[in-house]
Design a protein around this ligand. Structure first.
Ligand SMILES: [Zn+2]
Ligand SMILES: [Zn+2]
Length: 143
């Protein structure tokens, strides 16, 4: 069994941490469609604060497949794509967002409605439209 590489993300508001496989963050960056990205948008499952996170580069947590079982996660990560507020912008605001495993689409929609978007932005730096317009909300693997 290969090791599982994880990155740890902390909420800049309440400091709650969550862990995500490296491939999840890579996929979010691809969807964000920004070359040489340094940040991505992350929604904290605890306080609902959406902030720009620096892409963690150095801190990779390595777990064996067995150890990974010791870190049960009651969350499932979603990619939520919000409408951009800038007229004519063809980028959307791509957000990495963990939700409870049993959350259905209506739970996700109401949680997103309560998000506080701090400095979340699209690839050109524009803010999401208010109230939030969800274009896509898909659980991993985001297909
Ligand atoms: Zn938080
Ligand atoms: Zn935009």
């Amino acid at each position: 069994m290969p090791d599982i590489l994880m990155r740890q993300i902390g909420c800049s508001n309440c400091l709650t941490m969550s862990r995500h496989p490296v491939e999840v963050i890579q996929r979010i960056l691809e969807l964000q469609d920004l070359k040489n990205a340094t940040h991505f948008n992350y929604a904290c499952p605890k306080c609902g604060y959406v902030s720009r996170q620096q892409i963690p580069r150095s801190e990779v947590h390595r777990f064996s497949a067995d150890e990974w079982q010791l870190f049960p996660d009651d969350m499932r990560v979603y990619c939520v794509i919000l409408q951009c507020s800038k007229p004519g912008c063809h980028f959307h605001v791509v957000v990495l967002a963990p939700f409870e495993n049993d959350a259905d689409l209506s739970d996700v929609t109401s949680r997103v409605g309560n998000w506080m978007a701090d400095d979340a932005a699209c690839a050109t730096g524009s803010r999401p439209m208010r109230p939030f317009g969800i274009r896509i909300a898909k659980p991993w693997p985001f297909r």
